[in-house]
Write a protein that binds this ligand. Structure first.
Ligand code: NAP
Length: 297
């Protein structure tokens, strides 16, 4: 007998479908034919466009992978950061609750200040340092008031095969290209985080949805590293030996405060009986192995 389909999977809308994570979410749900929506068709800041989208598609699950996440621009334009990362999330959650759809939104380790000295669990108190982090924390806080059928997925240090339309090349791709071009490379070793490979994160999100256990989840690759260790692993996997040294963050450079130690522990996934994601080193190896040949030219 064929198991009945989880009703949440019937009509999935993925917002931010052209983004790094959005593209892999489309892939992870491909068999149930999700509707991927780009910003040029629905801007989540546009309440009318979002309402029309909800009426047209009658989703059973809305996955929000949009964000205004250039942290320096968020400091300059806090109203934009809060419009996309908080108010639009609030509106989506409200419309989902009204129409009977479940809602999933993606958040960030930047809701934390990085001073705890251990990996953050889901029940640790957010204390953002930046406008970006505050706007993501506000988005998280606005969702539950619309009812219990939501998932909030915090992730960190995303890297995938699609480059970000706003940030350009991902960190790992930039490192590999600089190494291939023989450029000297300096990378900070005093910021520690959990790298998160978008194909792995997207598959974990699908598993969380299928569990039907609503709530807040930390979803990253297992383990943690500094940006220096992350780059070193990429070079080792690619067989590159560049002129490469560790450096320290310059407190005078830039005005955005970032958490210095923000690995995320996936306690909620464990409690739901879901497998943890592969170690970050395996994710880096997979990235390097499946890197598009054009990326190397
Ligand atoms: N990148 C990271 O390291 C990281 C770390 C932790 C958490 N996150 C979170 O993970 C999620 C996905 O991030 P990502 O790295 O995949 O970002 P991304 O590659 O920049 O993708 C974001 C997508 O959202 C779209 N978008 C932005 N503003 C929109 C709007 N107002 N209306 C509709 N669509 C809009 C963008 O469209 P356009 O390209 O047309 O602007 C883009 O396709 C975000 O919630 C982010 O905060 C990211």
């Amino acid at each position: 007998m064929v198991a009945p389909m989880n009703p949440m999977l019937e009509r999935i809308v993925i917002l931010g479908a052209k983004g790094q994570l959005g593209a892999d979410l489309l892939e992870a749900f491909a068999d149930v034919k999700p509707i991927g929506i780009e910003r040029k068709f629905v801007d989540v800041e546009d309440a009318d466009a979002v309402a029309v989208m909800m009426r047209t598609h009658r989703p059973t699950l809305v996955v929000n992978a949009t964000a205004y996440h250039q942290v320096d621009l968020c400091e300059l334009h806090p109203e934009r950061a809060f419009a996309v990362n908080a108010l639009a999330v609030d509106r989506l959650a409200a419309l989902c609750a009204l129409s009977g759809s479940a809602f999933l939104t993606v958040s960030s380790d930047y809701v934390f200040d990085g001073t705890l000295g251990r990996a953050y669990r889901e029940d640790d108190m957010p204390r953002p340092l930046s406008v970006y982090g505050a706007s993501k924390a506000a988005g998280e806080m606005l969702v539950p008031r619309h009812g219990p059928r939501y998932f909030i997925v915090r992730t960190s240090g995303l890297f995938g095969h699609l480059q970000s339309s706003v940030k350009g090349l991902t960190f790992i791709e930039r490192m590999l290209r600089m190494a291939e071009e023989g450029k000297p490379i300096r990378v900070v070793d005093d910021i520690v985080f959990s790298p998160s490979y978008t194909p792995h994160v997207a598959r974990a999100i699908r598993a969380i949805v299928e569990s039907e256990r609503f709530g807040l989840y930390h979803v990253t690759n297992a383990g943690s590293c500094s940006w220096y260790e992350f780059a070193a692993e990429a070079f080792a996997c690619a067989g590159l030996q560049p002129d490469f040294q560790a450096s320290k963050t310059d407190p005078k450079a830039g005005y955005v405060r970032r958490p210095a130690y923000s690995p995320l522990e996936g306690a909620a996934m464990r409690e739901a009986g879901l497998p943890s994601l592969p170690d970050w080193r395996d994710a880096v190896r997979d990235y390097v192995t499946h890197r598009a040949p054009t990326a190397r030219s």
